[in-house]
Design a protein around this ligand. Structure first.
Ligand code: C2E
Ligand code: MG
Ligand code: MG
Length: 562
């Protein structure tokens, strides 16, 4: 290259003069950095604005430490090392300097590496101040997450008390818009929402575009004091009005997660996590709403994550800590033992005994209920086979999760279990809760038909806690309806509910199914509820859930042993 040979023949003063001449026609600060000698030559104008001790600096790496914003220094040093070693031949970076008043200035630095005299690697380029022209997202024109992180880092370090709130906004059905209407429509929505946010927030409030469909609004104390809830509501209203204007040709809603607290000692990572959590809570809660970050709810969430981890470890260690308990089910005619419900227990070193009400939903959301459910099924089937020797006609009830129904090959698992363990299908009753029931796809209907044709009965569990809808009974084609304890307790307290239960039982009977009444604890409860004519009873009065060994001792000796 021409300038290279020119440069080689020039003295330091001559090069400096060239820099100053070029500088006259540009706002940028020209520089030459000798990476090999660690020497820096800078236009004089820059030394007035930034704390450079002179226009030519030896051991410039040290000086850079005073000029480059501390958290950007490592990034720059790594980049320069790449230029020095030959890994890179060009340099283009946006980062921060500190001016003579110690204020942050965003700069854009661009340069080319050339090899000069004696093989020295020289980076020749220019630094320009970016000012308000911060790096923008090319769809919305907003700054991106990287800038959010850098700005928040300084705000948290320099003046955390001034930060008023952060609000993370997410489009509720963005994926759907992209999938159904195309990426361009998605971009249009992003632009529309960005404009709407810009118009809504006060002057001085920062807006960033994060990943995909999320925006972050930050009031670092420079805004006009509008409350986040008011901002969210206004955004929501503007979007609704826009949809109306367009006659609902496109409709979307947004959710918001707000973090409003004492920001001292917080890290950017935490801000990201907390706002993400609040936004997700808003979405989980039904979308189209704003939620404020709730520390207690977050701690519960973290605990659930940790429990999930422990559950996963225990499952992979051959179901360590899991045990199947059995609770007797007796005939209402003579109170004789006719079966048992298999109820899962989990004990963990860290958490002790955890209630199924806590760990079953975690198993479900993680998918672990599939292997665990299989484990319960096999254990229960083996136990049933053994106990049938004592009580002919004994049946075992196993709870099924809808996750098993929708996401695993249940029929295959059940058939294999029945065959390999060697029990009659009639001995197995699969319990499905009323509350978890969503919709019956053709596949599920077929599954119900298959189970029926293989003589495996279904029970509708928790009846009375959901909609108590007889339609489920028909669709599931349940042989048994299990009336939940909470319903029984209500019936014991007031006549109205008592009459409802009584009528429900009549109705179930008229449909050809039977009723198991759950949760009978006392003798009086039993005598009162017996008048409603249930067919089976399950409750503490007859026996609490117990490990297999204890069940055998307590309940099987009472029956006519072979
Ligand atoms: P569920 O299937 O309705 O089980 C009956 C629950 O009522 C059991 O609670 C049982 O201990 C309790 N119970 C029985 N009689 C009485 C009584 O007289 N008084 C009172 N207060 N409670 C009584 P548990 O064992 O805590 O199980 C809770 C739920 O966890 C179960 O409700 C079931 O939905 C679920 N679950 C348990 N094991 C499994 C399993 O292996 N798989 C799945 N998917 N869910 C399970
Ligand atoms: Mg049950
Ligand atoms: Mg139940």
């Amino acid at each position: 290259m021409n300038y290279l040979s020119t440069l080689q023949g020039m003295s330091l003063e001559q090069i400096q003069a060239v820099i100053e001449i070029m500088q006259m026609s540009s706002d940028a600060y020209m520089f030459i950095l000798d990476l090999t000698a660690d020497t820096y030559m800078m236009a004089e104008k820059a030394t007035k604005r930034f704390p450079f001790p002179a226009t030519v600096i030896e051991n410039c790496t040290d000086t850079f430490k005073d000029i480059v914003y501390p958290s950007d220094y490592d990034m720059l040093a790594a980049e320069l090392e790449k230029c020095r070693s030959g890994e890179k031949d060009g340099h283009a970076m946006e980062y921060r300097w500190l001016d003579r008043m110690n204020r942050v200035v965003w700069i854009s630095c661009k340069g080319t590496v050339v090899t000069g005299a004696e093989g020295h690697r020289l980076l020749i380029g220019a630094v320009s101040e970016m000012g308000a022209r911060a790096k923008a997202d090319n769809i919305t024109g907003l700054r991106r997450e990287a800038r959010f992180r850098l700005n928040m880092e300084s705000a948290l370090r320099d003046n955390p008390a001034s930060v008023r709130y952060l609000m993370r906004i997410g489009i509720d059905n963005f994926k759907e818009i992209n999938e159904k209407e195309g990426v361009e429509a998605g971009d249009e929505v992003l632009r529309e929402l960005a404009d709407c946010i810009i118009k809504t927030v006060d002057e001085g409030v920062d807006i960033y575009r994060l990943v995909a469909d999320e925006f972050m609004i930050v009031d670092s104390g420079t805004g006009g004091g509008k409350e986040p809830r008011a901002i969210y509501r206004q955004i929501q209203e503007t979007i609704a009005a826009m949809a109306e204007n367009k006659e609902y040709s496109r409709f979307y809603t947004v959710s918001g997660g707000v973090l409003e607290e004492d920001f001292s000692g917080r890290t950017v990572e935490e801000l990201m996590r907390f706002t993400e959590f609040a936004l997700n809570e808003a979405k989980r809660n039904g979308r189209n709403q704003m939620m404020v970050f709730d520390r207690a709810a977050y701690d519960i969430y973290l605990k659930r994550l940790d429990i999930r981890k422990s559950l996963r470890q225990d499952v992979s260690h051959d179901f360590r800590g899991f045990e199947v308990y059995y609770q007797p089910i007796v005939s209402a005619a003579d109170y004789k033992l006719i079966g048992a419900e298999a109820l899962l227990r989990w004990k963990n070193e860290k958490y002790g005994s955890v209630s199924p009400a806590v760990f079953v939903p975690i198993l479900e959301e993680s998918g672990l209920i599939i292997p665990v459910g299989q484990h319960v099924l096999w254990e229960a089937a083996k136990t049933c086979k053994k106990w049938k020797q004592y009580v002919p006609g004994f049946h075992i009830n196993v709870n099924l999760s809808y996750v098993q129904l929708y996401k695993s090959d249940l029929m295959r698992d059940v058939e294999r279990c029945i065959q390999e363990v060697g029990i009659e299908p009639e001995s197995l009753v699969l319990e499905l809760t009323e509350s978890g029931y969503i919709e019956t796809s053709d596949r599920i209907k077929e599954l119900f038909r298959d189970l029926k044709s293989r003589k495996i009965d279904l029970a509708l569990d928790d009846f009375g806690t959901g909609y108590s809808n007889m339609r489920y009974l028909k669709e599931i084609d349940a042989k048994t309806v299990k009336i939940d304890r909470s319903f029984v307790v209500q019936a014991l307290r007031n006549e109205y509910d008592y009459n409802i239960i009584s009528h429900i039982i009549d109705m179930v009977h008229s449909l050809g199914s039977v009723v198991c009444m759950e949760g009978i604890e006392e003798k009086e409860e039993l005598s009162k509820m017996m008048a409603t004519k249930p067919d089976m009873i399950q409750g503490y009065y007859f026996g609490k859930p117990a490990p297999a060994g204890q069940f055998e001792k307590e309940f099987l000796q009472l029956t006519d042993s072979p």
